[in-house]
Structures are given as structure tokens and as C-alpha cells.
Design a protein around this ligand. Sequence first.
Ligand code: SF4
Length: 477
Amino acid sequence: MARAFDERAPLPGGDTLHEACGVVGIYAPGFDVARLAYFGLYALQHRGQESAGIAVSDGASIVCHREMGLLSSIFDEEILARLQGYIAVGHTRYSTTGSSVVVNAQPLLERAAFGDVALAHNGNLTNTDELRDSLLPETTLQATSDSEVLAKAIVQAPGADIVARIRDVMTRAAGAYSIVMSTTDALYAFRDPWGVRPLCYGRNPGGGYVFASESCALATVGAKYIREIEPGEIMWVDGDGLHYDKIAQPKPQALCMFEYIYFARPDSVLNDRSIYMARLEMGRRLAREHPVAADVVMAVPDSAIPGGIGFAQESGLPYIEGLIKNRYIGRTFISPDQRMRNRSVELKFNPVMENLRGQRVVVVDDSIVRGTTTPRIVKLLRDSGATEVHVRITSPPIVHPCYLGVDMATYEELIAANMTIPEICEAIGADSLGYLSKEGLLAAVARKRGEMCLGCLTGEYPETYNGPAVVASGARG
Ligand code: SF4
């Protein structure tokens, strides 16, 4: 049986999905690239809040600063002033418990015989052990992450130049990797052949290029979005301009569906589809699939808000704010005592009682993973005067684990893998429960089955998946 009411859930929220990282890469002679990377990472802070770092090359060597914590607590003017150069690589990281240590923070810096290399990785390899076994016997690993194995493999790979080394490792690495990497005089960006995690690039007005996990980071630094890096593509920028190459065998596309549902910022664009508009459409379709007699519609802030608005538009019900999010709690590093753990939802959200009292409420959320948070939200709404609470979810039930970097690795932890929908409805204390269908979801994101990874919804994983025993071998990048 799923741990539906796990009091050990971390604060805040406990039941949100976590993915690995955000990356940025900047090649812009004449610009303060460390500052650009800092603000680019700021736009990607939602992808990881445990550690962050920036590495900068001045053409002769690479200097790197990385620490645990949020960007705002890591960097100040003095640190940025030390990061002088014209190429920057930046990273913000989420990690699983136990690997949240500074040695796993990125960018990773390799002092190779041919020069310095800085690497930032978003994703999760599924054959880390195999790659590790291919490293030279004298190799010393400082960190416990798959990212370090990947960085060492590139440095040690055969090849006349860096692109040849990257190509070699891309033919051997399995799993998800969207990477920005710099040498002292060039910036590289490449993406696994399945395209599980996003990576895009744009032009820096005034000269140079910016690469980032999401287009919102390009917009923040004033870069003009050009396109996604294609799955299996290698791009690089040096003194001769922008170059690109592709590894020989492209694979079936497998962008993570949860980028559209939850991970990406609503102001980002993925594969020419606005995340905001995709979520709005998920809400509209959810209203058509699961209509209910109610008085008001609300969303669990922030990621479900477009879905909630879409549901309200389609159903003709008024959209209200039922919960106000405490935006500054962030990811706390202060351990809560048991009493505070039991109040994790109240720490994160305050109800607007005037909007809820006496109302039949539809509450839209983007997912139920372990089922730890939803019952608390339902109770909070009832305690605030809602007469009925109808839960609507803009994703289909998550019934299988993720082996590609999202922190839901076992069947035991997934409530929908262990209960029927009526049982979940009862467990969360709702009057009714409805999930968006897989067909509705695909229509909302304007993609076909076979163009996305839907592994945790269908059990059909992209061919890159090598099995949980391999995944369990290291921290996520
Ligand atoms: S299994 Fe689910 S969470 Fe993992 S990459 Fe695929 S769609 Fe995303």
C-alpha cells in the first residue's frame, strides 16, 4: 500500500515532483558573462534549489564558484567580480537526499591535459556503472554523481578534438543528458539522442550566443530565442562562430511530458508550444472530461494556475484564489520539528476564507504523486468553509516510476500505482476526483504518442531506459 499520509515528507509540500537541474551557457566576448549567467540561472531557479554555480573562462583558464543554497545566497558582487572572462557555464541543482553535498554541486571542473573543462548537466544517466567501468583505472572520482562520470568520460575519450570526444561519449551514454560545457576557448551544448530534457539557444544582442534549459532564461538576459537543440545534436561556439553536428543515429523523441505539466515555467516555449497555453488547454479539456456541479474553481498555486483558469473558462464557473502561497519559504534547510511537519501545507499556503466559505469548490492541481499533500489541501479547504471539494488533476494518474531523473523511483511510493481512483478519492477526502486522460494531455500539448516520454503514465519507456538497478547507482545530475 502506498504511503498516502507519510509524516516524514520533507518541507515544504513533500509531494511535488522534483527534477534535476537548470543549465545555462554563454559565449559573449565583451560582456560580463558571469552576470548574464547569474540572471539566466535566476530564471531557472525553479528547476533546482539545492546548489548552484558558475564557471567562467578568460581564454587561458577556467575559474568556478559553486555552493549549496539558492543563487541569491551564493553570489554577491565580490564573487561575480572574480569571475572574469567571455565564456560562462552555469548550473542550478536539485538532488536526492544523501547526495546534497557541495562536491556534487556543478559546474564540474576538470583540469585535463589538454586544458580546463567545465560541465553542467541536466538529466540522469541510466548506464553510469558501465561508463564508470570504462574510465582509466587510475581515475579518482570526487563526487557521487553521474555527471562527474560523464565529465571524466569526455575528458578521457579518444578523438582529435573535443567534438570527437563528445561524439564518442554520446554513442556510449544512455539516459537523459542536456549539457553545456566549456573549454578555455569554446562553448559546447549537446543533448541526448532522445531529447528527454529541454535545451534551447538564442542570440545575444551585441554578439555571441546563450544556451539554456528553458527559453524563459534567454528572455531574462535579453537573448533572442532561435530554437531547441535537437536531440542528438552537438552545437559549439568559438572564435569562428557557431557550428553544429549530429550523432549518427537519431532515436525516437522522448521529451519528458512533465516539462509541459509541471517542470517548465509557464512563460517558456517548448517545441514551439507555449507552456502556459498547453496548461490552459489541459484545464479546458479536464473540464470537458470531468464536469461537476460547483460554485467556484481554484488552483493549487503556482504551477496549476493556468490549468485552473482553463477549467473555469470551459466550465463557465468563476475562478477564485482559494490559497495564497508563501512565496518566500522556498526550500528550507532548517529541519522542521514533528509538529511543523504536520503543518507543512499550512506553512506553504494560507486559505482565503472569504472566497471559500459556503462554496462548492473545484480545486485543480497538476499531479498527485505520493498523496501526501492533497489530503491536507482538501482538509484545509473544508476547514476554511468549503461545503464540497472536487479535485481535478491536469495529468493522468502516475502509475509507474521514473528512471530518467525525476524523484519517483519506486512503485511503492506512487499512490495511483497502489489504489484505484475511487480509493484515492476516499484517501484524499475529496467529494470527487478526476484526472485528465492521456489523449487529452497529448492533444493539449499538440504532440503525438511516440513523440514524448510518457513512461510514468503508461509504463512504456524510451529505449534509453536500462533499469532501476543501474539508476540507483549514483546521484542525479
Ligand atoms: S517517466 Fe515520466 S517523469 Fe520520467 S521522464 Fe518520462 S514522462 Fe518524465
